[in-house]
Design a protein around this ligand. Structure first.
Ligand code: PEP
Length: 251
């Protein structure tokens, strides 16, 4: 039985003042949520501040990216996994489509980062997903398979029970266009089936989140699909009421 997991990706949003309000609201409402793992992923500069405001409650903190290099060195502007751990950060989003498209991150770099995160004991949230053009031209499954294979080749299937996968159709991120529950389930089943071909036990344990314009009013139906184990939430994670409602839907 997989435990649902909902993570909020704040992207490059927030200030000390807005974070204090948002996290205080989450603190006061978190008891309403059932048996669901919850994480929030602020911009790196606010990770420590968020942890202080959370004051040890059950919401975990994640980063939105990290360096390929595990420790420290001359890598201006980067944060290492060792630094994330040092700041009590338990998750890291890797391979988000914005990192792939805007910053040119390659499958091979993402695979290295997943490996580095796993070796350090930080749980990677590995994002995969197709563009609208890829979906419409019928190469969706091969695109997602290629993204997964790059990571599988480096870390091996046995490590995948420590990887969270987020299926995020690029055309649904921040656009207000959500994949229908059936469209999302179809891809989640494809991902689990692919992993199952390598190791059925691991595949049955892997948490696969859906991400792409999840809102309180579509979350219940999406999370009700058999292979959807929660969500990676962008815009709606910046509103405490919406994020809590989405977390409740996952329970
Ligand atoms: C995301 O950025 O991972 C995301 C899913 O964004 P949104 O929920 O805003 O579509």
């Amino acid at each position: 039985m997989r435990k649902p997991f909902v993570a909020g990706n704040w992207k490059m949003h927030g200030s000390k003042a807005s974070i204090l309000t948002l996290v205080s609201d989450l603190n006061s409402k978190i008891a309403e949520i059932g048996d669901v793992d919850v994480a929030i992923c602020p911009p790196a500069i606010y990770i420590d501040y968020v942890n202080r405001v959370l004051a040890g409650n059950r919401i975990a903190v994640g980063a939105q990216n990290m360096a390929e290099e595990a420790n420290q060195g001359a890598f201006t502007g980067e944060q290492s996994v060792a630094m994330l751990k040092d700041m009590d950060c338990n998750y890291v989003i890797l391979g988000h489509s914005e990192r792939r498209a805007l910053y040119g991150e390659t499958d091979s770099q993402i695979a290295t980062k997943v490996d580095v995160a796993l070796k350090a004991g930080v749980t990677p949230i590995l994002c995969v997903g197709e563009t609208l053009e890829e979906r419409e031209s019928g190469v969706m499954e091969s695109v997602i398979a290629t993204q997964l294979d790059a990571v599988l080749d480096v870390v091996g299937i046995e490590s995948f029970d420590k990887v969270v996968i987020a299926y995020e159709p690029v055309w649904a991120i921040g656009t207000g266009k959500t994949a229908s529950p059936q469209q999302a389930q179809e891809v989640h089943a494809f991902i689990r089936g692919k992993l199952s071909g390598l190791n059925a036990d691991v595949a049955s344990k892997v948490v696969i989140q859906y991400g792409g314009s999840v809102k309180p009013d579509n979350a219940v139906e999406l999370f009700g699909q058999p292979d959807i184990d929660g969500g990676l939430i962008g815009g709606a994670s910046l509103n405490a009421n919406d994020f809590i409602a989405i977390c409740k839907a996952a329970g």
